[in-house]
Design a binder for this molecule. Sequence first.
Ligand code: FA5
Length: 333
Amino acid sequence: MYHIKKEFEALIADAKTEEDIKQIKAKFLGKKGKVSELFKQMGGLGDEQKKEFGKNINKLKQYIEDSLTNKQTQIKEIRKKESLEKESIDVTLPARRGFLGSIHPITKTIIEIEDIFKSMGFDVETGYEIEFDRYNFEMLNIPKEHPARDMQDTFYINDNVLLRTHTSPTQIRVMESKKPPVMFISPGKVYRRDSDITHSPMFHQVEGLLIDKDIHFSDLKGVLSDFLKIFFGDVPVRFRPSYFPFTEPSAEVDIGCIICGGKGCRVCSNTGYLEVLGCGMVHPNVLKNVNYPDEYNGFAFGLGVERFAMLKYGIDNIKLFFENDIRFLKQFS
Ligand code: FA5
């Protein structure tokens, strides 16, 4: 019995895995194990001896069982410790930086434009990118076959439905739904068959409309001059007579080209100026179309957001806004 105990102790001291434990258990406590063999030897003993021998075998059996359980617990603990060490997280390490996107320069420009007009008391309205011919042209004093339709090369969906060519239809939609006075701007996407370094088939405009009593061209000039000064700072601005069927008189506003400092470059077609918006006093026919009373008049304007962003950030090709090159976009984060 003593030898069995010594043999067991040597094996259990060397055991390193649960498989080792299993094998030792089978070797000593299994059906044909060494302890079971001892029980078999009891047959030839007298009563007193049997009792004594049985007690000792049971003691040995208990000792082996307890030792196996303890060793198994130890092995499990070691395993757990090892795996915790392997998978441990150092909570004191600095966190990995997240990949944050940034606001697109066009959105940034729209937000900036909105903030300036909101500070002057203008509301912000939204229109529809898919419009009826009636709102995009007819109600704006541009009947079918009118030559002014050629000013905006249009994507038609069918005879009556199109991709809006400007944000001006929002003027009609708002005036149809609201009594005067009205004072709002309306940003959004517009579409034209147009493409070069300063023209894109899809671009953004911000429409503006102010209708009240006794509004004059000087009000239009004052509001737009103030807005341009806040947006661009000190740059040359010029109002140039122009023509739009929905305003009379009409003007276009040019900004001194920031790309070349007014010397002349491919962006400003060597003129030193870039056209950024169209404006004018709302044509009486338009006010009549929405049944506004005669004592009301006002001014409207429509500006090209991409042109504003190009001049503000010194960008010399409109396509850069739509290629979504991360190296370009990152500069605005
Ligand atoms: C208009 O669209 C008129 N609806 C503006 C207006 C509103 C006039 C209210 C009077 C009263 P125009 O076609 O000029 O006008 O366009 C306005 C601005 O949009 C231009 O000054 C220019 O800055 C920009 N723009 C025009 N075409 C493009 C284009 N293809 N790509 C980028 N910007 C453009």
